[in-house]
Design a protein around this ligand. Structure first.
Ligand SMILES: Nc1ncnc2c1ncn2[C@@H]1O[C@H](COP(=O)(O)OP(=O)(O)O)[C@@H](O)[C@H]1O
Ligand SMILES: O=C(O)[C@H](O)[C@@H](O)[C@H](O)[C@H](O)COP(=O)(O)O
Length: 183
């Protein structure tokens, strides 16, 4: 039997389209969880790292944290991608650290019905993961600035909180169950 198509998966799950930003500091598991969700639900996926201007990647690669000004054009591209997904009406998942409330507000601008999935992982586990991770521009030395910059989403923001310390398959199951329950 052939692989289930994306639309068949969506029907099978019975889920309405949602517009998710999987957020959190470097190494927390954004790409792992977001790609899993997009695959399981047949939703569109965008890796936020791929939208960074080359100068931002160069800066992070050489161990320098980004400033608000550096992040502004990147967040604008993230917002544009999200807006296109909402206009098209299909479910979508973006990875984006979205560390500050102001960044999340920029992503949600123009009334976009975005929901954030915040993956929370301890600093010790994050450091170990970033030391192990290969083939990625982000050095482990930037973890302290990532953690210092993070403004954990408040209860007044549209956020779903998940632990990044469970196995990714468990996190995915929890999220899908949450979406099924919430409708
Ligand atoms: N829940 C998890 N438990 C253990 N390791 C994980 C988990 N999620 C991700 N990882 C691993 O940690 C590293 C960082 O994950 P990644 O998805 O690239 O995070 P981010 O996109 O937030 O930087 C990768 O090597 C990944 O395989
Ligand atoms: O705003 C930032 O400082 C960056 O966007 C950063 O938060 C992001 O984490 C990097 O792009 C590294 O990529 P990973 O998060 O995939 O490690």
């Amino acid at each position: 039997m052939g692989a289930m198509t994306a639309s068949a998966a969506r029907v099978k799950m019975g889920l309405e389209p949602r517009f998710l930003v999987v957020m959190g500091v470097s190494g927390t598991g954004k790409t792992t969880i977001a790609t899993g969700l997009a695959t399981r639900l047949g939703w569109h996926f965008q890796e936020g790292d791929a939208l960074h201007p080359p100068a931002n990647v160069e800066k992070m690669s050489t161990g320098r944290p980004l400033t608000d000004a550096d992040r502004a054009p990147w967040l604008a591209l993230c917002h544009d991608w999200l807006r296109a997904q909402v206009e098209a009406g299909h479910g979508a998942v973006l990875t984006c650290s979205a560390l500050k409330r102001a960044y999340r507000e920029q992503l949600r601008a123009n009334g976009l019905p975005i929901e954030f999935v915040h993956i929370d992982t301890s600093a010790t586990e994050l450091a170990a993961r970033l030391e192990r991770r290969e083939g990625h521009f982000m050095p482990a030395s930037l973890l302290p600035s990532q953690l210092a910059t993070l403004e954990v989403p408040g209860d007044d923001e549209p956020v779903i909180r998940v632990s990044g310390e469970k196995h990714p398959d468990v996190v995915l199951e929890d999220l899908i169950r949450h979406f099924q329950t919430e409708g």
